[in-house]
Write a protein that binds this ligand. Sequence first.
Ligand code: PHE
Length: 495
Amino acid sequence: MAREKWNNQFAFIMAAIGSAIGLGNVWRFPYMAYDNGGGAFFIPYILALLTTGVPLLILEYYLGVRKQVGPTESYGLIRKNANYIGWFSLGIAAMITIYYTVIMGWAWNYMYHSFHVNWSGDASGFFYNNVLGLSDGVGNLGGIRWPIVFGNLLTWVSIFLIVFKGVKVVGKVVNWTVGVPWALLLLIIIRGITLKGSLTGLEYYLRPDFSKLLEPSVWLAAYGQIFFSLSLGFGIMIAYSSYLPEDSDINGSSWIVAFSNCLTSFFAGFAVFSILGYLAVSTNQPVSEVVASGPGLAFVTYPTAIAKLPGGIVTQAIFGLAFFFMLLLLGIDSAFSLVEAIITGFKDSFNFKRETVTFWVTLLGFILGTLYCTYAGLYWLDIVDHWMNWGLVIVGLLESILIGWFYDPHKVLEDVNSTSSIKLNGFWIFSIKYLTPAILLITLISNFYTEFSKPYGGYPLWARLVGGWFLLLAIFILSIYLQKLVRNKNAKLGK
Ligand code: PHE
């Protein structure tokens, strides 16, 4: 049977952009820039983009486009028994999806609360007590927060409806899930920069501190951000590109996706820091006192600022709705890209029907997410999120080593160039063979060191083992097992 296809290259590019642009562009990038040298951070960031981001993106597209199969089959076509890399990346993708959808569940709740700006007065208390009902420690699950379960359900139903028909529908939906948040971002930026104090905030965001460039941690942050932001190492880009025609332009798409993503991050910084500046000035604090990232930014600091917007409750409600709707749309195409990677993997390796896999993945994902809907949900989310980043770096390392050292990167280069508008040169080989593995290895080693010298988040050892190391190990073992399972199945079928 012929493999399903995107309607056109544009649909694919929009879907890839939608996957790349997510919560991280808004709640991670601006803070990273601020914390790592402001305007000076753009130097390591752009270098990371050029030396690792784009080369790996090209590599993943190459695997998908030329092999015409998803992550669980394409590595094996490069080298026998390498499919476990693909399964491993899907395991990581699954773990991330399960909490990513819960975060979107919070955003659904905040959409609802936006109508009356329910958080005004004490946004922090509202988030931690009223919405999450956060317990006193990881071991105390407390009970289930049903409104969050409901939000999570809404997310999963949306995902199911979007992906169960295949990439033709996905390709149409992404015009909206990429276009609308861009428009909303623009609206929020315009409102933000016309507020009193916005320039103070922007100054914090962009003021360059070049001395920071001497700190290795700044460089690691840049590479980490690029990696996460471009959705590399999840198998997503391999899955998505496997639905392109075999002779597609690989390099051109990579550049477009990479630049759209990074520009969005850059502009998101304006939306975040203009409002932080306003908040700081209107409460007579320095910007450094109000700055935040992650859930704290999106669900506490930003809402605090929204509740202080001039124009009364109607304006505040409108901006609350705009902001959380933007988050939901930013998140949804990242979430369904993760799910699509998983579906593609099972479909390719086991010949399951798309509808059936989608149903089971959705159901399981929703049910497992309940852990994050407990009173200790935020703690577990934080732990798993932290350790899954390990997985990503490991995948990046394995894939670059596989192509650079166990395959002929010159062959890939020639092949990729033969159908691409922009031609790659030997730098790509240098990057895949030496630079990328070296940087990822340094990242691993230095983080390994930090992990043991300073327990992450101050969580107890058992929780770090269960939600971190053991989980990673279990995913790895399962990946090897699945690779074997598929091999035995194929051997029986005489393939
Ligand atoms: N790239 C997305 C972001 O920056 C995050 C993401 C993670 C997307 C995992 C897909 C998968 O937010």
